[in-house]
Design a protein around this ligand. Structure first.
Ligand code: ADP
Length: 332
């Protein structure tokens, strides 16, 4: 698996849980979302009501699950966690909803991947705290209305645009999470290093943060690899050079590009003169599936301004040449 993957690896669950901030004050960055959310929660507490439904959107690893846990903690409410793909039948959702306790927070990750019938059941549950449960099949089917206790739905999605309008409209508050700055990632790392009993210099944190692709999950993962490296090399006080050596060894470079990312840039520049070249040709050149290049490597390279998408194919932008230590040709 890639060290710079944004998704959580199964074996990371426990470690990630230990590093999660437990309240809004410990949650680094995302100032606007934090402020707005804090207001929503405060007002609900003053009214003595469960909080409005909250939709969190943003790429993986930026803190959506963490925020859901913080919402529950701040509301002093229990938290139930499920995900869109786990709810294929409306009956699955009915079972969860009807077993919620008053005030409970329901975290629904990847909410855009829920089935259509479940989605429709959710509309009514969110708005009226009621569901209609269908019993039986065909002509003999009847629907039984069931009242639900008040609850707070926290939905998470990688892109709010993937949600149908009626579902989006039922959230009282939508927070969009942005990629973190290097400075913010340094704070995330400082906090995690403290919890992991690691000693790292300020520049050392900077070195790791710069390779973390704006994503706390990746920052924490790189930090663990640096810890392994330092342990094996008998180093207690980690400086920038140590952090760089460790991450170079794992082939995560100074901008957070890994082997595959660099292969793509090198093929684009050395084999195709910087492009434009079609995606599938590029994929063949690096020996990967088109889908892998498109969904795994390309988004970050585009985000970093190294690769451009044009109607005639992919092109290497000046930043790509520069990153490989080459001089960019004059752009037409
Ligand atoms: P998502 O649900 O968006 O994929 P998570 O909430 O699971 O992301 O966060 C991934 C990891 O990154 C968690 O272990 C958490 O400790 C860390 N993390 C995320 N956001 C922050 C933050 N703002 N401050 C500190 N740590 C964070």
């Amino acid at each position: 698996q890639r060290l710079v993957a944004t998704e959580e690896e199964p074996e990371e669950k426990m470690i990630e849980a230990a590093l999660r901030p437990k309240n809004l004050d410990d949650f680094v960055g995302q100032k606007r979302v934090r402020k707005q959310l804090s207001l929503v929660l405060e007002a609900s507490k003053m009214r003595g009501r469960s909080a409005d439904h909250v939709l969190l959107s943003g790429p993986p690893g930026l803190g959506k699950t963490t925020l859901a846990m913080i919402i529950a903690a701040e509301m002093e409410a229990p938290l139930r966690i499920t995900s869109g793909p786990a709810i294929q039948h409306s009956g699955d959702l009915a079972a969860i909803l009807s077993s919620l306790t008053p005030g409970e927070v329901l975290f629904l990750d990847e909410i855009h991947r829920m089935s259509r019938p479940a989605e429709e059941m959710l509309y009514m549950a969110m708005e009226d705290f009621r569901v209609d449960i269908v019993v039986g099949k065909g002509a003999g089917a009847t629907s039984i209305p069931l009242d639900l206790p008040p609850f707070t739905l926290v939905g998470a999605t990688t892109r709010a645009g993937l949600l149908p309008g009626p579902l989006r409209d039922r959230f009282g508050f939508t927070g969009h999470l942005e990629f973190y700055s290097v400075e913010e990632l340094e704070l995330v790392l400082r906090r995690s290093a403290g919890l992991m009993d690691m000693r790292i210099s300020t520049e050392g944190f900077g070195e790791i943060a710069g390779r973390s692709r704006g994503t706390p999950r990746i920052a924490n993962r790189l930090l663990r690899r640096v810890r392994d490296w330092a342990l094996v090399n008998g180093i207690d006080d980690i400086n920038a050079h140590d952090a760089a050596s460790a991450l170079d060894m794992y082939e995560v470079d100074s901008r957070g590009l890994d082997r595959l990312d660099r292969d793509v840039l090198e093929a684009l520049i050395h084999k195709f003169g910087g492009g434009p070249v079609g995606l599938s040709t590029l994929a063949i050149a690096v020996g990967e599936e088109t889908e892998t290049v498109e969904s795994v490597a390309e988004p970050y390279l585009v985000r970093e301004g190294m690769v451009g998408r044009t109607p005639r194919g992919r092109v290497a932008l000046p930043a790509a040449w520069e990153h490989l230590g080459l001089e960019a040709p004059e752009m037409a």
